[in-house]
Ligand binder design. Structure first.
Ligand code: NAD
Length: 368
C-alpha cells in the first residue's frame, strides 16, 4: 500500500486551457505557502493528450504512482481535436478514467451555485435561480458504465446487440449515501435520493438501502426519494427545493450537467471526486473544474480560472479540513465579481474584461 504524503499536491494541468487555469491555482497555492505558512509541496506532470504526445500514453505509470502518493490531485482538463481519432485506449480521457477508477474515487461532488452577480447569465428567470446552492453527489465507479456483461455481439438473425449492465451492491450504495448525508449535515440538512425504482430493480435496491442507512444513522437529516426523471423536471421548475441530491452514475451524469447549466457558465463550476477514508482518516481525492479543455479559446489568455480556483477551495475544505482558508478563497472570488471584473465568458455590459492571469491576480489580492 503506497503511503499518502501529507500536503503533497500533484498538479496535472492537461491540455488546451488546462495549463492556463491551473497556473492560477498554482499562484494561489504559492501565496498560501508564503502568507499563511502552509507547507504545500507541489509536483506537476503530464496527463492527457500532452502525455500521449511525449510518452505515447495518456498517463504514465510514473505519474500514476505520483497520484497515489499525493494527498490529492488537481486536474485541469484533457482532450482536444488533435487526439480525437486515437484508439480508445490511447485517448486523453483514459487518463481521467484510470485515475478515478484506480484511486477508487466513488463520490463525485458537483456544486451548482448561482452567483448573485451573474444571475442574468442563466437561461432561467432570475427569481428561479437567484440564491441557488445545490450539491449533487454522483456515484462514480459503479452502475451501468462499469457493469458486466457489456459489449456488442452478433445475434442469430444477423443483427447486433449492444449490452450494458446496470448493477449496484449494498456497500456501493451505502458508502456514497453516507457522503451525501454527511455533507447535508454541514449544509441545510436535506437529502434527495434519486433513482428509477418504479422500473429498475437496481433503483429499488438503491431506494431501500438509502432509507435503511438513514433510519439507522442519519435520522436527523431530512430524506426524500424522487424518481430521476421527475428530478430533471424539478431542477428546471423549482431548483431551490434541493439541498443535496444523491444519485447513481448514469443519472448523476445527466442531472449534474443539467444543474450546472442553471448557473449560466461552465467557467465557474468546480468539482471534487472523493475516495473512502482509510483507518488513519486519509482519503484519496481529485479536484477539477467541470469544463473541458476548450480548444477554441486555448492560448488566448481569456479562459476563466474561477472553476479551477474554486475546485482548489473544495480541496482545502474536503481533503485538508482548512475550512477558513476555503471560505476566504470563495469570498475572494465573490469580492472580485462584486468589483465587476469578468473574463470574456461572463462579460456583460458595464463590467471590466480581464485576462486569465489578471483574474487570478485579482483573487489573490482580495485574499490579502
Ligand atoms: P468544453 O467545456 O471544453 O467547452 C465548451 C465551451 O465552453 C467552449 O465554447 C469553451 O470555450 C467554453 N469554456 C469552457 N471552459 C471555459 C473556461 N474556463 N473559460 C471560458 N470558457 C470556457 O467542452 P467541449 O468543447 O465539449 O470539449 C472540448 C474538449 O474537452 C474535448 O476534447 C472533450 O473531450 C474534453 N473534455 C474534457 C473534460 C475533462 O477533462 N474533465 C471534460 C469535458 C470535456
Amino acid at each position: 500500500m503506497i503511503k499518502i504524503k501529507k500536503r503533497k499536491i500533484l498538479l496535472l494541468p492537461g491540455d488546451g486551457i488546462g495549463p492556463e487555469v491551473i497556473q492560477e491555482v498554482k499562484k494561489v497555492i504559492l501565496w498560501l505557502n508564503s502568507n499563511k505558512s502552509l507547507d504545500f509541496e507541489i509536483d506537476e506532470d503530464l496527463a492527457g493528450g500532452c502525455s500521449y504526445d511525449k510518452h505515447g500514453t495518456p498517463i504514465t505509470d510514473e505519474v500514476f504512482y505520483k497520484a497515489l502518493e499525493s494527498e490529492f490531485v488537481m486536474l485541469g482538463a484533457v482532450g482536444g481535436p488533435k487526439w480525437d481519432n486515437l484508439d480508445f485506449s490511447k485517448k486523453p480521457e483514459r487518463a481521467l478514467l484510470k485515475l478515478r477508477k484506480e484511486l477508487k474515487l466513488f463520490a463525485n461532488l458537483r456544486p451548482a451555485i448561482c452567483f448573485e452577480q451573474l444571475v442574468d447569465a442563466s437561461t432561467l428567470k432570475p427569481e428561479i435561480v437567484s440564491g441557488l446552492d445545490i450539491m449533487i453527489v454522483r456515484e462514480l465507479t459503479g452502475g451501468i458504465y462499469f457493469g458486466e456483461p457489456r459489449g456488442i455481439k452478433p445475434i442469430e438473425n444477423g443483427e447486433r446487440k449492444g449490452i450494458n449492465t446496470h448493477s449496484y451492491t449494498t456497500s456501493e450504495i451505502v458508502r456514497v449515501a453516507k457522503v451525501a448525508f454527511d455533507l447535508a449535515r454541514k449544509r441545510s440538512n436535506q437529502v434527495t435520493s434519486c433513482e428509477k425504482s418504479n422500473v429498475m430493480e437496481a433503483g429499488q435496491l438503491w431506494k431501500e438501502e438509502v432509507q435503511e442507512l438513514h433510519d439507522k444513522e442519519y435520522k436527523d437529516v431530512e430524506l426524500s426519494h424522487m424518481l430521476a426523471d421527475n428530478c430533471a423536471m424539478q431542477l428546471l421548475k423549482n431548483p431551490k427545493q434541493f439541498d443535496v441530491i444523491v444519485t447513481d452514475n448514469l443519472f448523476g451524469d445527466m442531472l449534474s450537467d443539467q444543474a450546472s447549466m442553471l448557473t449560466g457558465s461552465l467557467g465557474l463550476l468546480p468539482s471534487a471526486s472523493l475516495g473512502a477514508k482509510n483507518k488513519d482518516g486519509e482519503m484519496r481525492a481529485m479536484y477539477e473544474p467541470i469544463h473541458g479543455s476548450a480548444p477554441d479559446i486555448a492560448g488566448k489568455e481569456i479562459a476563466n480560472p474561477i472553476a479551477s480556483i474554486l475546485s482548489f477551495a473544495m480541496a482545502l475544505r474536503y481533503s485538508l479540513d482548512l475550512d477558513s482558508e476555503a471560505d476566504a478563497l470563495e469570498k475572494a472570488v465573490q469580492d472580485v465579481l462584486n468589483d465587476g471584473l469578468r473574463t470574456k465568458d461572463i462579460l456583460s455590459e458595464g463590467k471590466k474584461e480581464v485576462s486569465t492571469s489578471a483574474m487570478g491576480d485579482a483573487i489573490i489580492s482580495k485574499l490579502q
